[in-house]
Every structure is written in C-alpha cells, then in structure tokens.
Design a protein around this ligand. Structure first.
Ligand SMILES: [Zn+2]
Length: 116
C-alpha cells in the first residue's frame, strides 16, 4: 500500500513543504526538544552530575523540560544515570545523571540492548 512520497519530509525539520500548519508546529516542538537536550548537556558540563531538578536549576529550565529529555539523551548515548540517587523536592529518590555513554549497568536496561 505504500506509495512513493512525492513530497518527502525535510530531514532537518521533519516538515513537508505542503504540510498544514500543525506539522510545522510539530517540527517546532521537535526543534525545541533538540535545544533542550543541548541545554541539559551544557548544564551537566557545568555541574558535572545532578538530578533532573538540579539540572533544571543549572540550565534555567523547568523540571518537566529536563526529565522529558533525559531518556532521549540516555538513548543517544550522551547522558547516563550514575547509579546513585538523591532525595529531591518531591521527597522521592531521584537518579543522578552525568554526561557519558551509558554502559547500561545501573539503568535497568542491562542485557536488553547493550552494545555487543
Ligand atoms: Zn543505560
């Protein structure tokens, strides 16, 4: 059923030139997510490691903007949980994150998709 797409999405914005406004909004959201990832990486360079709350404070971001992106950075091999935790504002233990490629030893991914 797959037909050839005469108007493939732009690999950078993921928006088609003929798309309605909503797809451009989606592309803008995607770009914001990329910016947020970079802001988190910069904050981690400064503070070394921290919970999402500490990263948010260092980066001048909202907590939710950080915890939404940490799994992305984990997947991308850019940031990883250290295996340590700290009690956060919510009084729940929060993972402490740092920059680096996760060996998937402490994160619960274990053997699932470890690098061969
Ligand atoms: Zn991992």
């Amino acid at each position: 059923m797959a037909a050839i797409d005469p108007d493939p999405p732009d690999p950078h914005t993921h928006a088609r030139s003929s798309d309605p406004h909503t797809s451009h909004a989606a592309a803008a959201r995607l770009q914001r997510a990329v910016v947020h990832r970079l802001m988190i990486m910069d904050a981690l360079k400064v503070i070394g490691s921290g919970t999402f709350e500490e990263i948010a404070e260092a980066a001048g971001m909202r907590d939710s903007q950080v915890w939404r992106r940490l799994p992305d950075l984990h997947d991308l091999g850019v940031a990883m949980p250290t295996g340590k935790e700290r009690i956060g504002k919510s009084r729940r233990a929060q993972r402490i994150w740092t920059l680096g490629r996760c060996p998937h030893l402490h994160c619960g991914r274990g053997d699932k998709d470890a690098d061969a």
